[in-house]
Design a protein around this ligand. Structure first.
Ligand code: NAD
Length: 423
C-alpha cells in the first residue's frame, strides 16, 4: 500500500507498516517477482482457542497465535507476548520483523512470533502458569530447537520460559533446554541475556554518535518504557556518560535536565511498581517528554509511538528504536525530511535475539560461556551490522530503515533461491 494514501487505521496497523517498508525495499532491490510473493506473507499462521481453569473454579477461553514468517535461514525465532490487544496482524508483523532482524545481524534463524490475548496484570501466577502450559501444549508440534524457538516479549519473562521449557520437556520425555531462550540461568539460560537488548541499544547509540561526530559527554537521552529494554539501556548508558534526562512510562513521565539517577529509579520502580512519585525528577506527561529537546530518543515500550500526529514535533537528533514498530511508515517520511537519524528496530534492538542465539548454541553444546565473552561477541556483531546498514544506506541513497530491509530481504531471498522451491 502506498504510504501517502494510508488512513490512520492503516498507518497504525503493524502489518501494513511492515508491508509498506517491505514493498518499498523490494522495489528498490528489483526483487524477483516470485521471491517477492514468497516473502510478502507468513509461511505458517497457527491460531488456537483453549480453556484455562481460573482460580475461582470457572473455565475461561483464551486465543493464542504463533506465526512463522520464514524458516528459510534456520528455525523460527521470536518472542511470545501477553496483552489484551494482541492481534493476528500484530503477531504477523512482529514475526516478519524477526525474519529481517535475524538476517540483518546475520544469525542462522528465521522469523516467528507468538501472543496470547489476555490481561496478565489481572491474572494470578497460577493462572498465568496454567495458561502458558496449555498454550504450549496447543502449539507443541510446531515448536522445537530445530523448528521454532520462542523467547520472552512484553509481559512474559524468564519464569514464562521455564514453564514452556518444562511443558515441552514433559511431552518429549527428556529435558530440552534449547526449545526456548531467555530462560533462568540455572536451567540453560545465558549470562548477559537479560540485559542484552539494552546493551545493544547502548552499542547502537555509541555507533550513531560516532558516525554523526557527536560527543558522548552531556549527550541528552530520553527513553520511553522502563521495562527490560528501557531500564537496562538507561542503566548501561548512564554508566558510560550519557545524561538520561527523561523517562516516559504508560502512567506518566519523569524529567530532570541534570540527569536522572537510574540506579535509584530502578530500585524505586521495583518497590512501587511505578516510576511516578520518584523524588529525583519532576513529573512530566509522557507525550510531552517524547517531543522534548534531546540528542537521542529511545522509544522502548510499544508500537505506534511516533506517528503522523506527532512526528513533526520530535526534536531529537537521533531516534534509536528499542521497541518493535514504534515509528509508522508515514512518520518515517516526516523524520527523514527533518533529517533525523533513525536506527530502525530490526537493527537497534537486535541485541536480544543475538544473545538468544548464543543461548541456543550454548544449550546445544552443553557448555556455557563467561559473560565477558558474550558481551564482547554481542558488541562485535552489532557494530558490524550497524556499519553494514549505514554503508548500504549511503551506497543506495536510502534511509537506514530501508537499507536494513534491503540488506535483510536480499539475504533471505538469496537463501530461498539457493535452496530452491520444493515441488
Ligand atoms: P517490558 O514489558 O519489560 O517493558 C515494557 C515497558 O513499557 C513497561 O515498563 C511498560 O509499563 C511500558 N509501557 C507500555 N506501554 C507504554 C506506553 N504506551 N507508554 C509508555 N510506556 C509504556 O517489555 P520489554 O521486553 O522491555 O519490551 C519493550 C519493547 O521492546 C517491545 O516492543 C518489545 O517487542 C521490544 N523488544 C524486546 C526485546 C527483549 O529482549 N525484551 C528484544 C527486542 C525488542
Amino acid at each position: 500500500m502506498a504510504v501517502a494514501t494510508m488512513t490512520l487505521d492503516q498507518e497504525i496497523n503493524p502489518w501494513e507498516a511492515q508491508s509498506a517498508r517491505f514493498e518499498f525495499a523490494a522495489r528498490k532491490l528489483n526483487l524477483d517477482e516470485g521471491l517477492w510473493k514468497v516473502l510478502s506473507s507468513p509461511a505458517r499462521e497457527i491460531i488456537v482457542h483453549f480453556p484455562v481453569m481460573m482460580d475461582n473454579g470457572k473455565i475461561e477461553m483464551f486465543t493464542g497465535y504463533r506465526v512463522q514468517h520464514s524458516v528459510a535461514r534456520g528455525p523460527g525465532k521470536g518472542g511470545i507476548r501477553y496483552a489484551p490487544d494482541v492481534s493476528l496482524d500484530e503477531v504477523r508483523a512482529l514475526a516478519s520483523w524477526m525474519t529481517w532482524k535475524c538476517a540483518v545481524v546475520n544469525i542462522p534463524f528465521g522469523g516467528a512470533k507468538g501472543g496470547v490475548i489476555c490481561n496478565p496484570k489481572a491474572m494470578s501466577q497460577g493462572e498465568l502458569e496454567r495458561m502458558t502450559r496449555r498454550y504450549t501444549s496447543e502449539i507443541i508440534e510446531f515448536i522445537g530447537p530445530e523448528k521454532d524457538v520462542p523467547a520472552p516479549d512484553m509481559n512474559t519473562n524468564e519464569q514464562t520460559m521455564a514453564w514452556i521449557m518444562d511443558t515441552y520437556s514433559m511431552h518429549m520425555r527428556q529435558t530440552v533446554t534449547s526449545v526456548v531462550t531467555g530462560k533462568p540461568l540455572n536451567i540453560g539460560g545465558s549470562r548477559g541475556r537479560r540485559e542484552a537488548t539494552g546493551r545493544g541499544i547502548k552499542v547502537i547509540c555509541d555507533e550513531s554518535i560516532r558516525y554523526l561526530n557527536m560527543p558522548r559527554e552531556g549527550c541528552r537521552v530520553i527513553i520511553q518504557g522502563f521495562g527490560n529494554v528501557g531500564s537496562n539501556a538507561a542503566r548501561l548508558m548512564k554508566e558510560c556518560g550519557y545524561k538520561i534526562i527523561g523517562i516516559a512510562e504508560w502512567d506518566g513521565g519523569l524529567f530532570n535536565p541534570n540527569g536522572i539517577d537510574i540506579h535509584q529509579l530502578v530500585e524505586y520502580k521495583n518497590r512501587n511498581n511505578t516510576i511516578l512519585g520518584f523524588s529525583g525528577a519532576e513529573a512530566m506527561p509522557s507525550e510531552e517528554l517524547i517531543e522534548s529537546e534531546c540528542e537521542i530518543l529511545v522509544p522502548a515500550a510499544t508500537e505506534n509511538v511516533i506517528t503522523s500526529r506527532n512526528a513533526d514535533r520530535i526534536k531529537a537528533r537521533v531516534v534509536v528504536e528499542g521497541a518493535n514498530g514504534p515509528t509508522t511508515a508515514v512518520a518515517d517520511d516526516i523524520l527523514s525530511e527533518k533529517r533525523i537519524f533513525v536506527v530502525p528496530d530490526i537493527l537497534a534492538n537486535a541485541g536480544g535475539v543475538t544473545a538468544s542465539y548464543f543461548e541456543w548454541v550454548q544449550d546445544r553444546q552443553g557448555y556455557f560461556w563467561k559473560e565477558a565473552i558474550i558481551n564482547e561477541q554481542l558488541e562485535t556483531i552489532l557494530r558490524d551490522s550497524f556499519d553494514d546498514v549505514v554503508r548500504y544506506a549511503e551506497a543506495h541513497n536510502v534511509n537506514n530503515r530501508i537499507a536494513a530491509y534491503m540488506l535483510a530481504i536480499d539475504r533471505v531471498a538469496f537463501t530461498i533461491k539457493q535452496r530452491g522451491i520444493y515441488a
